[in-house]
Design a protein around this ligand. Structure first.
Ligand code: SF4
Length: 359
C-alpha cells in the first residue's frame, strides 16, 4: 500500500529534477521538446524498474548491451545497499506539503527504507544535491523520518554521489530553491545551463553578457580606422583586430537573429526589407545518391553534401547535453574510422596564465 501522499499523480510545476539548475539560475526553463538523450534516459529507467522487479519481457530487447549493463550496475547497487528488512520500491512519487498545500512532487527511482536511489544516464557528472535534498525532505515529511540517505548512481561512469540529509538541512536547501524560483523579482544568472534553456534567445542576462563583450571600449576593445588598415601587415594590430572579432562574433549572430524575428513580427529594421526564399533540403541522401551514382563519384557527392565534422559534434553536444569535448570523443568513437584526416594550418589564441584548453 502506498503512502497517502503518493497517490497524487499530477505533474507539479516545481519538479526536484530542476532544482540543481534553479540553484544556478532561478529563471531557467526547460524545453518542451523531449530530446534523444532524455528519451533514452526514460527507457533506461523503464528497464531499471523491470530489473529491480525481477521481471522479464522483450520490451527492452533493442536496448544496447552497454546501456543495459549501466542500468544493471545500478540495480546491483540498490540491492547491495537495501537494508535486510526493507523492500525495494521503484518509481515512487514523493510529495512534500506544508500541511495544506503541495510544495512540490517528484519521482524517486527507488526507495529502500530510509535510502533513496536515483539513476542517471548522463555522460558527465553534475551535482544533484538539491534534487536529492528535495526527495529526502519529501520522504521525511511523508514517513516521519529524521534522516535520509540519497545515492545517485551514474551508470555510464560507474560513479556515485552519496548524501546523508538531516531534516533541517534538507528542508533549508529545498525551501531556498523554492523561494528563489517563486520570487516574482527573480533575475536570470548566466550559467552552464544557458545552452539548453528555452528562454535563451529572449533572456536579458544572456543578451547582456554578449553585449558587454562588444562594449569594452575603455579596455581597448574597440578598433579605430588606423588599426584596421595597419592590421593587413602589422602583427600587433592584427592581434587587436582578432581579439575584437572574437568578442563580437556571438553578439552579431544574436543581433541578426533578433533582427529577423522583429522583421517577421512586422518591425522591419530601418534600411532592410523582409524577403522570402525557398531552401531545398535533401530528405533522403542515400536515395538521391543511388539515382546519381552513374553521374558523380562518392567523393563528389560527399563534397556536395557539405557535412562538417564540427556541425555533427555540435548536434551531438546539443542533443546529448554534453560538452564540446565529450561530443568530440563520442563522434570519434562512433565514426572515427570513417574520417579522412587532412592537416591544415590554424591560428589559435594563446592561452593566458591559468587558462585551461577545453577544445
Ligand atoms: S538563458 Fe537566461 S534564463 Fe536561461 S539559464 Fe541562462 S541566464 Fe538563466
Amino acid at each position: 500500500m502506498k503512502d497517502a501522499a503518493v497517490v497524487d499523480k499530477k505533474h507539479h510545476e516545481l519538479s526536484p529534477s530542476q532544482f540543481d539548475i534553479w540553484a544556478e539560475c532561478p529563471c531557467y526553463e526547460s524545453s518542451p521538446v523531449v530530446g534523444t538523450a532524455a528519451a533514452e534516459g526514460t527507457r533506461q529507467h523503464g528497464y531499471m524498474e523491470q530489473v529491480l522487479a525481477g521481471e522479464e519481457s522483450d520490451k527492452y530487447d533493442d536496448m544496447s548491451a552497454g546501456d543495459k549493463a549501466n542500468v544493471e550496475w545500478f540495480c546491483d547497487l540498490v540491492r547491495m545497499h537495501c537494508p535486510a528488512t526493507a523492500k525495494i520500491e521503484t518509481e515512487q512519487k514523493v510529495v512534500a506539503t506544508d500541511g495544506f498545500d503541495i510544495l512540490y512532487s517528484g519521482t524517486a527511482d527507488a526507495i529502500t527504507g530510509p535510502i533513496i536511489y536515483d539513476y542517471k544516464s548522463d555522460r558527465e557528472w553534475r551535482s544533484h544535491y538539491y534534487q536529492m535534498a528535495a526527495y529526502a525532505y519529501a520522504l521525511m515529511t511523508m514517513r516521519g523520518l529524521k534522516e535520509v540517505r540519497a545515492i545517485v548512481g551514474y551508470g555510464r561512469m560507474r560513479k556515485l554521489s552519496d548524501y546523508t540529509f538531516k531534516r533541517e538541512d534538507a528542508e533549508r536547501a529545498t525551501k531556498m530553491i523554492i523561494a528563489a524560483r517563486k520570487d516574482p523579482d527573480r533575475k536570470p544568472r548566466v550559467c552552464d545551463y544557458c545552452a539548453w534553456c528555452h528562454r535563451r534567445n529572449e533572456c536579458e542576462a544572456h543578451f547582456e553578457m554578449n553585449a558587454a563583450a562588444v562594449m569594452q571600449s575603455d579596455s581597448g576593445m574597440v578598433l579605430n580606422r588606423a588599426d584596421c588598415i595597419a592590421a593587413m601587415n602589422d602583427p600587433m594590430a592584427m592581434g587587436r583586430v582578432l581579439n575584437v572579432i572574437s568578442k563580437v562574433e556571438s553578439w552579431c549572430e544574436m543581433m541578426r537573429k533578433r533582427a529577423k524575428e522583429m522583421a517577421i513580427e512586422g518591425n522591419v529594421p530601418s534600411g532592410y526589407m523582409l524577403k522570402e526564399q525557398q531552401n531545398k533540403k535533401l530528405t533522403d541522401p542515400v536515395g538521391v545518391y543511388s539515382r546519381l551514382s552513374m553521374i558523380i563519384t562518392p567523393q563528389e557527392f560527399n563534397a556536395a553534401l557539405h557535412i562538417k565534422v564540427t556541425e555533427l559534434r555540435e548536434a551531438i553536444a546539443r542533443k546529448e547535453k554534453v560538452s564540446a569535448a565529450s561530443a568530440k570523443r563520442m563522434l570519434d568513437e562512433l565514426c572515427g574510422d570513417l574520417y579522412s584526416v587532412e592537416t591544415v594550418a590554424m591560428l589559435r589564441k594563446q592561452k593566458q596564465n591559468g587558462e585551461n584548453d577545453h577544445a
